[in-house]
Design a protein around this ligand. Structure first.
Ligand code: ASP
Length: 439
């Protein structure tokens, strides 16, 4: 039995957090492979080591003195080492890192040192082997993750080990330079390691007890989600639910390994289980609600549009040529609306408008900005009548005007567009109508 356990930055922010991590790992002998992040924030307003490293490196590249900032990074590690009473010293490592900063070894190299150094400390503290991720996680020349090579080398390397610490977030390129995943990427490393060792479960330890049914900044104390499918999670993460890196799903999902999101500060909480499929009935018709602001809708009207073969293609071609992806495209008989990200659309607005006039000869084009999208997601929707009805009556009672509706054919989600001013009100209304009534 093997479990891969990944600990986020806040779980390893200081010596007290390290102690919690050790007791979690030693409580279960199956927790054999550990993937740490760099030390994160100890309190709100604190700075993550990764950000300190980026900052330091930016100074180094500009040829500025970064010794004061570098000392602060050293202090973060040295205080953990001394408070835990460990007998290692990272002094030589620090010298190498500093020299590489001066030698401009790259921003990715700089950021990766957060996980690398933390991995050395954690391995020493746990008495586990340390494996440098640069030797087992690979990217290709184009900078994309190389799953084939990684899987082969990583599984061979870990096969012979009883336990090991593999730092998250980075790997190496064919020319041996260091490359990182995008921010929060230690989640991806954990997933890759879990797939390589054929783990029974991938435990992702963080500072919340799993995913919540709604954003806690909008709804007070929202219910946690006990079980969620990969598909549902994808919908929710895309729309802004951020607990796990979006790309962390793919390696384990392919291997049929469930992910359990757990809370280092409340290890007895069940957390959220993320699974391929489940016969477990969710507590409510909806599994979760998530949303994002910052969308624009381009409404295009043209009489007899429905009879014009290729009209949709001509519209989308204009967006494609300008490098804009569209989010949704609800349409009527003589109207078509294209929903896009405002920040991407705004700088290209005039090119797109003239392109649409040239390509499609529309009667009217009208642009509406400041739209928010809300995704109401749930595998139970399919088998429950009246879900859409409940959503819209809740919104009507809350005096929210619905500007757009889109339901995927999988019946897994309903997307609603509302004005940004109504966003919080709409989220609350939908949460109340579903989560206050159990199935
Ligand atoms: N330390 C990196 C970051 O802050 C990666 C991670 O924590 O997953 O983004």
């Amino acid at each position: 039995m093997a479990k891969v356990v990944k600990f986020g930055g806040s779980s390893l922010a200081d010596a007290q957090q390290f102690e919690k991590v050790k007791s979690i790992i030693t409580a279960d002998g199956a927790r054999r492979f550990v993937v740490p992040s760099a030390p994160g924030k100890r309190y709100s307003g604190d700075t993550k080591v990764t950000d300190m490293l980026y900052n330091c490196y930016d100074l180094a590249v500009k040829g500025k003195d970064f010794s004061k900032e570098f000392e602060k990074i050293k202090e973060r590690y040295n205080s953990i080492i001394s408070e835990l009473g460990l007998e290692i010293s990272l002094d030589e490592e620090f010298d190498v890192v500093k020299a590489c900063f001066i030698g401009k070894a790259g921003r990715d190299y700089a950021a990766s040192r957060g996980e690398y150094l933390n991995g050395i400390v954690l391995a020493n503290y746990l008495g586990f082997s340390f494996i440098d991720a640069a030797d087992v996680i690979f990217f290709n020349d184009a900078g994309q993750f190389d799953p084939k090579k990684t899987r082969k080398v990583l599984s061979e390397r870990l096969e012979s080990l009883e336990n090991a610490v593999i730092p998250g977030f980075y790997g190496s390129m064919p020319n041996d330079t260091i490359k990182t995943f995008s921010r929060g990427g230690s989640d991806i490393t954990g997933s890759i390691v879990a797939a390589a060792v054929g783990a029974d479960i991938y435990e992702n330890w963080t500072d919340v007890s799993g995913f919540l049914t709604c954003d806690p900044r909008i709804v007070d104390d929202p219910e946690p989600i006990k079980v969620i499918t990969y598909k549902e999670l994808r919908e929710l993460s895309y729309m802004g639910a951020t607990v796990l890196h979006e790309d962390a799903i793919f390696p384990v999902r392919k291997a049929g390994i469930p992910i359990n999101i757990k809370n280092t500060n409340k290890p007895d909480d069940a957390g959220t289980m993320i699974v391929e499929s489940t016969s477990q009935k969710p507590a409510y018709t909806i599994t979760g609600i998530a949303g994002k602001k910052g969308f624009t809708v381009v409404n295009i009207e043209k009489d007899m549009m429905n009879a014009e073969v290729g009209f949709g293609r001509k519209v989308l071609e204009v967006f494609e040529k300008n490098g804009i992806c569209f989010e949704h495209m609800p349409s009527g008989i003589d109207t078509m609306s294209v929903v896009v990200h405002q920040a991407e659309f705004a700088p290209k607005e005039q090119e797109i408008l003239s392109g649409l006039h040239r390509n499609c000869q529309p009667d009217v084009i009208d642009i509406e900005t400041d739209l928010a999208l809300i995704a109401v997601v749930g595998r139970a929707m399919k088998s429950n009548r009246g879900t859409a009805g409940r959503i819209f009556s809740a919104l009507a009672h809350a005096h929210v005007n619905v500007k757009m509706i889109d339901q995927g054919s999988s019946e897994l989600n309903i997307i609603i567009g509302v004005s940004e001013d109504d966003f919080e009100k709409a989220m609350k209304a939908i949460y109340d109508i579903f989560v206050s009534t159990k199935l």
